[in-house]
Write a protein that binds this ligand. Structure first.
Ligand code: FMN
Ligand code: FE2
Ligand code: FE2
Length: 400
């Protein structure tokens, strides 16, 4: 049996993209990305989602390899974002009799994006489509991370097709199922994918998880990254934790610095935290760090320390950019401390305080402020900041 037949009658027909440098024109792709699509071949044949249109010919080749000249009866669209839907027009030309199955919102979008109105089947929550021996049942998962998103369940094979949910960045190098792959980097890539793409939608993800928990699941088929079987419990637990915005023990120190003074203060604070047992500590100079990696670690860890110079009466722009990303995702709380610098008229610290107030985060101590160059004058203040962070750390039972 070919590795692409992931279960009897269920074929993987997705593709790997190692060309694109930025997903959604924003997020870096150091390990590439896969666009996963699945064929369920029974008396009738259903395709579940498609791939990015630039990979259309490979995709159609994969389909032909799986089912030869058989026709495809249905295309189920779990998610309309064009990384999964932009091959639909070409698919319709190759398989003119195919019926497109989706909810009302999906079908409206298919009209709006591709001008396709005919041969559609509108389905609602809990409805099923029989393929012969296998059934597909549809459950809505709105705002994970678009309004039309849904999941498709095949009870006979205990397989759930989840759209982007449980997806990761990272191409599939050879294997398809989790047990066929070395999973190392996929765990951090799952958090990075979640933080960047889905991070705003914790409440909808929790609602979707509640529905999913009622189903008996052996196999999770997402639209990006490995197919999950052996690790499915770990994947669901990770999504549960991320969508409750719970960080694991660890501190991110994210700062900007034009001439190194704010950076020296960041180094000093990091040393102090390390001395107090804080582990791990991840430091990011925001001018050179990959924003998606910083955001990943803000989701991953429970402590955030931010430092900014004053820049034209405001925050340093790269610090501002990180804070906006955090605000946009509505992260409810981190153990938070801040420090800032200025030369003639302070502003950074005020804005860091406003950020915390706006998000209703409590700061674990007053922001530390530095005027002009960094030197031993700030040692005591750095100690106090580290004491306050480390005290929170041990209060939460996270320290060692
Ligand atoms: C383009 C530019 C704009 C700045 N605007 C301000 C300002 O509005 N108010 C102020 O007090 N300092 C201002 N500064 C001085 C910086 O705040 C100061 O260089 C910095 O806080 C020192 O930390 P650093 O060595 O980490 O860059 C500015 C500096 C630059 C280069
Ligand atoms: Fe998406
Ligand atoms: Fe996607």
């Amino acid at each position: 049996m070919r590795i692409t037949e992931i279960k009897p009658g269920i074929h993987y027909v997705g593709v790997n993209d190692r060309v694109k440098t930025r997903f959604e024109a924003l997020w870096s792709l150091p390990f590439g990305v896969s666009y996963n699509s699945y064929l369920v071949a029974d008396e009738k044949v259903a395709l579940i989602d498609t791939v990015e249109e630039g990979f259309g010919s490979r995709f159609f080749h994969n389909i032909h390899e799986a089912i030869g000249d058989r026709k495809i009866d249905y295309l189920v669209v779990n998610h309309m974002e064009p990384d999964h839907s932009s091959s639909i027009s070409a698919l319709k030309r190759l398989y003119p009799e195919i019926k497109i199955v989706g909810n009302a919102k999906t079908l409206q979008m298919i009209g709006g994006y591709y001008g396709i109105e005919a041969d559609t089947v509108e389905i609602r929550e809990g409805e099923s489509l029989s393929l012969g021996n296998r059934t597909l049942t549809f459950y809505m998962a709105p705002m994970v991370h678009w309004p039309e998103t849904m999941v498709t369940y095949c009870p006979e094979q205990k397989t759930l097709f989840t759209g982007d949910a449980f997806g990761t960045f990272g191409a599939l190098d050879g294997g398809i199922l989790d047990r066929q792959l070395e999973l190392g980097h996929f765990w951090d890539e799952m958090i990075r994918y979640y933080a960047c793409i889905v991070g705003k939608y914790g409440v909808p993800v929790q609602k979707a998880l509640q529905k999913i928990r009622t189903l008996e699941i052996e196999t999770i088929c997402s639209t990006h990254g490995p197919v999950w079987e052996e690790e499915k419990e770990r994947v669901i637990a990770l999504y549960d934790r991320l969508s409750r915005y719970q960080g694991e023990p660890g501190a991110v120190i994210a700062y900007g610095s034009m001439y190194g003074n704010t950076e020296q203060m960041a180094e000093h604070i990091a040393r102090n935290l390390a001395e107090r047992g804080v582990r791990p500590i991840r430091m990011y100079n925001l001018s050179s760090a990959d924003p998606s990696v910083v955001l990943r670690d803000v989701f991953k860890y429970d402590t955030l320390v931010v430092g900014s110079p004053t820049y034209n009466g405001d925050l340093f722009p790269e610090v501002e950019a990180l804070l906006r990303k955090i605000e946009a995702r509505g992260i409810p709380q981190r153990t938070f401390a801040a420090f800032g610098s200025f030369t003639w008229a302070s502003a950074a610290v005020k804005h860091l305080r406003e950020f915390a107030e706006k998000l209703k985060w409590t700061m674990c101590c007053e922001p530390l402020e530095m005027k002009q160059g960094f030197d031993g004058r700030y040692d005591d203040a750095c100690d106090r900041l580290a004491d306050a962070v480390a005290a929170r750390w041990s209060d939460c039972g996270t320290g060692n």
